[in-house]
Structures are given as structure tokens and as C-alpha cells.
Design a protein around this ligand. Sequence first.
Ligand SMILES: [Zn+2]
Length: 210
Amino acid sequence: MSNKRTLFWNVDTQEDFIDQSGKLYVQGAEEIRPILKQITDFAKAEGIRVINTCDYHHIYSSELSSVPDFETSFPQHCLAGTSGAEFISETLPESPLLIDWDSELAIFAEFDDPVGFRNLVIRKDAFDVFAGNPHAEKILQILHPDQVFVYGVSTNVCVDKAVMGLSERGIKVYVFEDAIKELPNLPLPFGTWKEAGIEMIPFTHVKKYL
Ligand SMILES: [Zn+2]
């Protein structure tokens, strides 16, 4: 294995998006469950750090609406404390450092040493983790990865925000093309990703990059 600092970036693989009875079910998302499990197991076996982002809303969150347009606003989902906000079993982070968006991290000694944790959970109250959690930027600075492998849901909303957000911060980004799923009503971001130098690879090729 090389000395590259590598992160896996697990985007919003939560019950409300992936379970067919979820509040904002992404059509077909259950198809990627087996590969998500493989990715989680591989990261554990190889000791790869995983950043797990998750939507964590309250009823007044700005992206929630009773009359959603399904582009910038969505019906209630991933409400704090509900089972829909939990990660699915295939991606459940083991012993994570939890970075909530409303906590004052100065009081958490663990925040001084996020590298002591293989799994980090970053809760967010927006599509974009860098907009939806005031600590995400700092965490990324501390971990300063050379390359990040992104996967999860949904391709054309939160995965896109993560991919572009990481790329704009000067990080080499790969997307596991067989471990993402899109919302059907929105355009796909693949052209934009390609222009930005983001590479889509099958998960099974990951070993070539480590
Ligand atoms: Zn949301």
C-alpha cells in the first residue's frame, strides 16, 4: 500500500433514502446495498478511515417543505432521533466520532484527535456537508487527504455536493460508480464531474489506487 492519505466518503446511506418504506426513498437504492456492505467491510479490513455524512434535520430545517419541489425542497426526512435518520446496517459506522452540526466542539477532547477514529459521522442540515455542518471544513483540514473515494445517495444531490465540494478543495476525488444511486427527476452530474477531473471507477478497482 502506498503512503497516500486515503479517505472513503459515505454519503447519506440512511434508512429514509435506501429503505423502500423510507420517507424519501431513492428508487432502486436497495440495489447498491450488497456493494455498500463490501465497501464497509473492505475499509475495516484495510484500516481505511471512513467519513460518514448523514442528513439530520429538524422540522423547521430550510430544505424541508410541506409543498416540496423535489429540487431545492423535499418532504420531511431524516428527522433527528428517528429510525429513518439511522445508517443502514450495511454501512453502520463502527465506534465513530460523532460530529453534530449544533454542538460546540471545543468541549469535546476527541475533536483534538479525529485521527484516533477510523469512523467519523458528520451530521448535516443541508445537502452540502460543508454548508450543513460548521465543523466539516476543519475536520477535512486536519485529515488533509490526498484522495477521497465517494459513494452513497443520491447521486445528483448530496453525492454531487460532496464530490464537487471535495474537488474544489483541491482533493483528488474518485466515485464508486457502482455504489451510487440517483433521483430520477434531476439531471445527472457526470459531465460536470468529468470536466472537474473526477474519475468514476468500479469499487473492485480500488486496490489499484491505494
Ligand atoms: Zn435532507
